[in-house]
Design a protein around this ligand. Sequence first.
Ligand SMILES: O=C(O)CCC(=O)C(=O)O
Ligand SMILES: [Fe+2]
Length: 256
Amino acid sequence: MEVASEFFEMPIEDRIQHYSDDPNRIVRVLKSSFHERATNNWREAMKISGYPVEKFAHLLPEKPSKFRDVVGRYSTEVTELGRWILKMINEGLGLEEGYFDGEQSGGEQFMVINHYPPCPDPSLTLGLVKHCDQNLMTILLQGKTKGLQVIKDGKWIAVEPIPNALIVNAGHQLEVLSNGRLKSIQHRAVTNSSVARTTVVNFIVPTLDCLISPAPALVGQFEDPIYRPFTWREYLSVFREKDGDPDLVLDAFKFK
Ligand SMILES: O=C(O)CCC(=O)C(=O)O
Ligand SMILES: [Fe+2]
């Protein structure tokens, strides 16, 4: 967490070479976001698209000096932890062994370091707009500064930071695979006027052509599937079309 914040605290001359609008770059810092609603987000984000990160270490910033080593090791360990949690969920749902392995989690894993500078007037903007994570599972390190909120009964609730705790989020993909048993919670990040906030997020994602549908073991005689089958490629295109609105995106795949 420290090296992640230290990167954003360095003078702009040390950071500038990593800023890019080119989505094909494996490591880049971006100002805007993946959809229109998010263009005014009060955040900068470093996206690392290669996995395992150690293989792409030469593309990561050289400064702070421990950045490459720490980020590489963290990414691998937290992704392994994520896979272990998925194994437990797999068992808990009573699915055949390894259901989440292979294509369901075999896409391009990526990592995002979010940085929210202090904001002069937090009432005017958000750090990150309301969304659901798209993918199978996300593991978020929130650090010491609060800012993450989740929606419950129509109200935004702050997720209090717990030292060294990780937050595990089910994405839309897991909500569909579990036929709605595991909900993908809507969340957002708010800003504050006094301190910068940095968070580290690792995403476990499916392959582009992976077929996503409620697991056959969960539906059948006693339970109807809530969602129709779709490929991850199709999901991403609907996500763009609906501008990332979490309700509209999932609704598009529901049986009416
Ligand atoms: O920074 C946070 O607290 C939330 C980040 C997040 O939700 C995301 O990157 O998907
Ligand atoms: Fe998120």
